[in-house]
Design a protein. Structure first.
Lengths: 581, 146
């Protein structure tokens, strides 16, 4: 529904009460990322602990969600168990369109249910259902039961957590519709802390379109641009795993806990190899004709007389980097095997993979022993990692409990900080150089998606910390407007400010359309202010020594330049965060 | 006379572009429900997708079930719906053997009109139209059109 305010469903699990709240601010924060920050400021306790029942778990969509192609993502915001600061995590799947057709711009969940529950909501219903019997079940099994319990096949989204979320692991993600995730910074733990096993969103409303020809005409133009050009080929052909070989050739792929940046045998886990032998089919997020979700299969022989079971496992560059290259596992089926365990347990695959990479090197160096890891761990040994992932999810012993709070937390406890590949949180799959390392380490989401430092690193140019820091700030500003619309960032090449202006205009959001630069700046400041007010101090972020030892196609990392860039970027985001406007 | 067919649903990726196009272009709505074609999973995302759309029956059970003559038989298969005559009883949806008719919360029915406008929005070419030649009653010949 097109409206100049936000229609927000609030659910208080302690009281078992829900209500609809109309929140102003469309022309100031747009939706998505901006709306999430606005709602956190309204409902969150900035000084409180992340698991205080009063803290909100927020889901938001944007003004263009469902109205244009690739406007298909949802923002999840919460106070993170990873660092106790404001956090955002984004996911595709069906939740964005399901929320649109539930006629909601946002859902805010506060309180804590007395028993494990599943929240079922739609445009004409809300139910908080006791599902204590699902507690302990893995993500796949939970999904199967929830699908039977709630109606709306094809037009609903089912978000759920696994055992990692139930035990409030800071590495627990929220699974969205089997193959997508609100993966990073512990959203799964926030659900677990509120006793929410699942959320089923049914999109069961329809809306009249603007009474003009401009909107369908513009839709046609955008759709053509997104599907007729080869702009999106990268994402639907090999998908993001095409990065594996590209980065390996550049000597910019983190391998074996970033001891290397390439490996001669990387072709075993390249995008090309996955497509050739393991790709089963593609899926799409609702409202996106690109279909970038790549689904492979794992086959397991469970009895001697040729009895097999199989599972379908989605793969992308990041999971392949995290449990493949980073763990030295260079066989695509073994990588899928490990991802499968991670998926069932409901872990953030990136943090989990990088954490076990640190554990492996720590074990090699004798800092820890098998008394800690329980299972043997060595680079390339997938069997150890499959078991290790189970222990990490379950927090089997003190070591895994500490490790699931982050590789750096474990390194502080057991030693080995120099080689903990942590940039605000466990690193993403790019070792392109100084700009990316600083961008992730200090970025608001500590994500490779905050800004394209990895791309900046690949451009020739003079090393000027001030210019690079300004690039990170500007690039982030553009991205926060897109993630407030709420676009998939794969479409960033198509959705220019000029096109977004026309899209918003065609739906009647004239004021917003005419103020994109100011609004994107507003959103950027609001998010940074929120992060700072929940305890962030960029000066306290350090970039571990391992990142200084990296050698890429450009040669050794320039540590002096990296420090200058870090200082400059910290200064700029501090200005943004402390600016009262 | 053309009818819509969905011969390659094994290729479907579940993007809903077809439903959204039908709702947008035919029914002037933003919706994945109020459309003549709707995409469902056949038991979860791991089992693929199926299209709920009119199979162009002739005679159509929904026509026979409609108590107010709002539904009439379309030449070549399918139906023509005159919504002014519809009393929102839902008998059409109950009569449809393949669940192709969507009733909105007010009971208004939405069913495929076989215009084929959704076809070009499918990125994987799952959908098509076919020409139905009706030379004489009961001797329909079918040929594919591109």
């Amino acid at each position: 529904m097109i409206r100049d305010y936000f229609r927000v469903l609030t659910i208080d699990l302690t009281a078992g009460q829900s209500t609809i709240v109309e929140v102003d601010g469309r022309n100031e924060v747009a939706g998505g990322s901006g709306l999430a920050a606005l709602l956190f400021n309204k409902y969150g306790q900035k000084d409180g602990q992340w698991d205080d029942p009063s803290q909100p778990l927020i889901f938001t969509i944007g003004p263009l969600t469902g109205y244009f192609p690739l406007m298909s993502k949802t923002v999840c915001a919460f106070k993170s168990p990873y660092h106790n600061q404001y956090a955002e995590s984004h996911a595709g799947g069906r939740s964005a369109l399901a929320l649109r057709f539930a006629d909601l711009d946002a859902v805010v969940i506060t309180g804590k249910a007395a028993k494990p529950v599943c929240i079922s909501l739609g445009s004409r219903h809300i139910e908080i259902k006791d599902v204590h019997y699902l507690w302990g079940m893995d993500v796949y099994t939970t999904g199967k039961y929830l699908r039977h319990m709630f109606s709306g096949s094809g037009h609903r989204s089912i978000l759920r957590i696994g055992p990692a979320g139930e035990r409030c692991s800071p590495m627990a993600g929220i699974n969205a519709d089997s193959y997508r995730h609100f993966g990073r910074l512990g959203g799964g733990a926030v659900m677990g802390s509120k006793n929410i096993k699942g959320i089923a969103i049914q999109g069961d409303a329809a809306f009249l379109l603007p009474d003009n020809n401009a909107y369908p005409k513009l839709f046609e133009e955008v759709y053509k641009q997104l599907t007729d050009t080869d702009m999106m080929t990268k994402y639907h052909n090999l998908g993001t795993p095409s990065n594996v070989m590209v980065l390996n050739d550049l000597k910019a792929l983190p391998v074996r806990n970033l001891q290397q940046t390439s490996d001669p045998n990387i072709s075993g886990i390249s995008g090309e190899k996955f497509a050739e032998v393991a790709l089963l089919r593609n899926n799409a997020c609702s409202g996106c004709p690109v279909g970038c979700i790549h689904i492979g299969f794992v086959r397991e022989r469970f009895a001697e007389d040729n009895r097999y079971l199989y599972r379908q496992v989605s793969y992308d560059h990041e999971p392949i980097f995290a449990v493949g290259a980073m763990l030295g596992v260079l066989d695509c089926f073994k990588v899928l095997d490990i991802i499968d365990v991670v998926e069932r347990m409901g872990l953030d695959v990136m943090s989990a993979g990088v954490a076990l990479a640190w554990a492996t090197e720590a074990l090699e160096k004798g800092i820890i022993s098998e008394a800690e890891t329980i299972v043997p761990m060595r680079f390339g040994y997938a069997g150890g990692y499959k078991e290790g992932m189970l222990h990490l999810a379950m927090g089997t012993n003190e070591f895994y409990q500490v490790l699931s709070r982050g590789a750096m937390v474990a390194a502080e406890r057991y030693n080995g900080k120099d080689f903990a590949c942590v940039l605000g949180q466990e690193m993403a799959g790019y070792a392109t150089g100084e700009t990316f390392f600083v961008g992730q380490a200090l970025g608001l989401r500590h994500s490779h998606l905050d800004s394209s430092g990895y791309s900046y690193d690949q451009k020739p140019g003079v090393k000027d910390a001030s210019v690079a820091a300004e690039f990170l700030v500007r690039d982030e500003q553009g991205r926060v407007f897109l993630t407030s619309m709420l676009s998939c960032l794969f479409a960033r090449g198509v959705y220019t400010d000029e096109l977004l202006h026309r899209c918003l205009n065609s739906l009647g959001y004239d004021q917003l359309a005419n103020s994109i630069p100011q609004v994107s700046r507003n959103i950027q400041k609001l998010r940074w202010r929120t992060k700072f007010e929940t305890g962030y101090d960029p000066k306290s972020v350090s970039i571990p020594k391992r990142f200084s030892e990296v050698v890429t196609w450009k040669g050794k990392i320039d540590t002096e330049y990296m420090q200058a860039l870090k200082d400059e970027y910290a200064k700029k985001i501090t200005e943004l965060g402390l600016d009262g406007d | 006379m053309k009818v819509l067919i969905a011969p390659r649903m094994e290729r479907c990726i579940g993007c809903h572009s077809c439903s959204l196009a039908c709702a947008r272009l035919v029914h002037k709505r933003l919706s994945w429900d109020t459309a003549g074609i709707r995409i469902r999973t056949s038991g979860g995302l791991s089992t693929g997708f199926e299209a709920k759309t009119c199979l162009a029956c002739d005679p159509a059970p929904c026509v026979l079930a409609c108590p107010t003559c709002a539904y009439s038989q379309r030449k070549g298969g399918g139906v023509i719906v005159r919504k002014k005559l519809c009393i929102r009883c839902g008998a059409c949806a109950k009569a449809c053997p393949v669940d192709a008719i969507y009733l909105d919360p007010t009971g208004e029915p939405f069913v495929c009109i076989h215009c084929g406008r959704c076809v070009k929005y499918c990125p994987h070419d799952c959908l098509d139209t076919k020409e139905v030649v009706t030379d004489a009653p009961g001797s329909e010949q079918v040929k594919e059109t591109q």
